[in-house]
Design a protein around this ligand. Structure first.
Ligand code: HEM
Length: 303
């Protein structure tokens, strides 16, 4: 850490002048501490699951005290090994709590906007304003770097703790799943082409067969619904190939579309009332599953 912390300062070109400028700003910035803290919690509370981590009043008040100290230390003028050790420990605590790294990154956006804004406001006519802003940017970037390094180390240590065979297997599985994804993308294109074919065939039946007009139109609507769901599935697979998560809900949408098509067709035949009812029940079950998946993915509000 001794060497690391000097290197870190060097990489960010964080100089003695920057340290002095931050210390110089301390009295100004200290007067904004309460305003900073109120805004900080208002900001992070909107993340959705904040209350899962800051569970009760005792934890919140302890955290508030620690954040106040951390904020003041930004303008402490001393950025030695102990300063960095403290930051590393905070990062490790966040990792241990399972706090998403995204929460820390997002919280820093608030810190950056708040501090830079107050520095600008308080040093309007100061010729060293730009230098002060630069010093602030540097210390924030350094802080973020150290706080998130614990997350990188955790990932790395998890990987390093795997045996050679496990690492080889992991690499192989990654490669194979990559190829299968391309196969899946190809298969989806074939399905979409079939859906276009089905739509064309339904249009053909409407005009060139004895089919009732009402039934013909409903059948066409059903095949359009399937085509739309297949296109949605292709979009989701494109997202997945770009590194996004697997979208189970798109498959459910396709299944719902296929069932609705059946319902549309059967609804015209009184003899198929039972089938319509059963398909209706299936659609209801799938819609509930869809809703549950979408709710689970959405950050909960009002926390
Ligand atoms: C700018 C971003 C943040 C900074 C600088 C920061 C700083 C800190 C510090 C200094 C501690 C105390 C570590 C110790 O005990 O030595 C801490 C602990 C903790 N942090 Fe953060 N934090 C940040 C963001 C967050 C966010 C966004 C959350 C939750 C959504 C969070 C949740 C916690 C919790 C639950 C603890 C443990 C509190 C306890 O039980 O004492 N932190 N954090």
């Amino acid at each position: 850490m001794q060497k690391d912390h000097s290197l870190l300062k060097e990489h960010y070109q964080f100089t003695k002048d920057d340290e002095a400028l931050l210390l110089q700003m301390r009295p100004q910035m200290e007067s904004f501490a309460d305003e900073f803290l109120d805004g900080f919690y208002e900001f992070i509370w909107k993340f959705g699951k904040t209350a899962d981590f800051l569970r009760d009043e005792a934890v919140i008040s302890r955290h508030r005290g620690k954040i106040r100290q951390w904020y003041l230390d930004l303008f402490g003028g001393t950025y030695d090994i102990f300063y960095f050790m403290k930051l590393l420990k905070v990062g490790e605590i966040h990792v241990r709590l399972g706090l998403p790294t995204h929460y820390v990154n997002a919280a820093f956006n608030y810190v950056r906007v708040f501090t830079l804004d107050r520095i600008r406001q308080e040093n309007k006519d100061d010729e060293s304003l730009t230098k002060k802003l630069n010093a602030m940017e540097k210390i924030l970037d350094i802080n973020l770097d150290v706080l998130t390094s614990a997350y990188r180390e955790e990932e790395m240590s998890r990987f390093l703790s795997l045996s050679r065979t496990e690492k080889t297997l992991l690499g192989l599985l990654k490669k194979v799943s990559g190829y299968f994804n391309y196969v899946l993308a190809g298969a989806l294109l074939v399905v979409a082409s079939f859906a276009v074919g089905l739509f064309g065939y339904d249009v053909y039946l409407l005009f060139f067969s004895q089919i009732q007009v009402e039934k013909g139109i409903l059948t066409i609507l059903g095949s359009l619904l399937i085509l739309w769901a297949a296109i949605e599935l292709i979009h989701q697979e494109m997202n997945h190939l770009r590194g996004g998560s697997f979208a189970l809900e798109a498959f459910i949408t396709l299944a719902i579309a296929a069932l609705i098509r059946k319902i549309l067709i059967f609804s015209l035949s009184p003899a198929k009332s039972m089938d319509v009812l059963l398909y209706g029940l299936l659609v209801l079950c799938l819609s509930i599953s869809y809703w549950l998946i979408v709710q689970k993915m959405k950050p909960s509000k009002g926390q």
